[in-house]
Design a binder for this molecule. Sequence first.
Ligand code: NDP
Ligand code: OXD
Length: 312
Amino acid sequence: MAINVYFAAGERLWPEYRAPLTRAFAEAGLDVALSDACTDPTQVDYIIFAPGGVITDFAPFTRCKAVLNLWAGVERIVGNATLVQPLCRMVDPGLTEGMVEYVVGHVLRHHLGMDRHLFGQDGVWRNAVIPPLARERRVAVLGLGELGAACATALAALRFDVVGWSRTPKAVPGVRCLSGADGLRAALTGAAIVVTLLPLTAETENLMNAERIGWMARGGVIINPGRGPLIDDAALLAALDSGQLAHATLDVFRVEPLPVDHPFLAHPRVTVTPHIAADTRAVSASVVVAENVRRGEAGEPFLYLVDRKQGY
Ligand code: NDP
Ligand code: OXD
């Protein structure tokens, strides 16, 4: 009998995912009936989910063996009380590559002072400001998971002085890895650029508050492709206005799309990108989804299972 997979990630994504998923299931040797419609929830074996999709109540999906999220972040589903099935988050090589490119690009922009030349060209030849070498610039990466570790590794390969921070101790070659409360202070102290790649949980909300922003080197830069509430917005604006921070590059926000009258949009030293740091790529992500369905059918442990207690 065919395995029933319900694509509940929204009608916008269905045309993009339909063919890659069909191909990935076939290549995994799975007989799957894939549909973006569900007439009988009791017959669904797996749900492919994305925030903003159609399901809010998982209770009717009594046979469902796993909910497979197309997003890496799960804060919008992990607390759903009706969700008793295993929840898997997305780890996709395409998404990771995209995040590395975004983070390295924005770190290099600030490291090299590119804005000075992009926006300051007024026909006058001035004494050049020579940027320090990467190895003279401390970059702190908060979060050393799939994305943080890949970004930290790429920055270390460019010879930045990279320090990473995570909840539990980690080892990433070329990166000074710290953990715990003392580790956070040590990671931030003297950091010229801070990249926040943490999940949003009760523990990480407002992690970058006034005190911790104050631990950074004066004139520092925050790059946040993690989640908006990781940073206290008011503290961030105050730090920009006082000169403690020179710039913030923000991809994610408490409210998305960012309201048109939000102070970030008008601030001369805030760069807003519209949650585009890294997108899940349909072709590579479909292979991950198919592998998890194969595992579910074979009774093997799922990949990228979310720890409900930790919230990520
Ligand atoms: P992972 O779960 O792989 O990694 C999370 C990292 O954060 C781990 O190193 C974890 O520590 C650390 N962490 C979690 N809680 C704490 C804490 N309380 N204190 C210290 N460290 C903590 O996630 P990913 O790397 O895959 O993704 C990270 C986030 O990036 C996602 O949750 C999502 O919010 C965001 N994202 C944004 C995108 C965008 O386009 N803007 C795209 C994709 C993701 P430990 O290693 O000890 O578990
Ligand atoms: C994600 C995201 O979590 O796109 O995958 O933010």
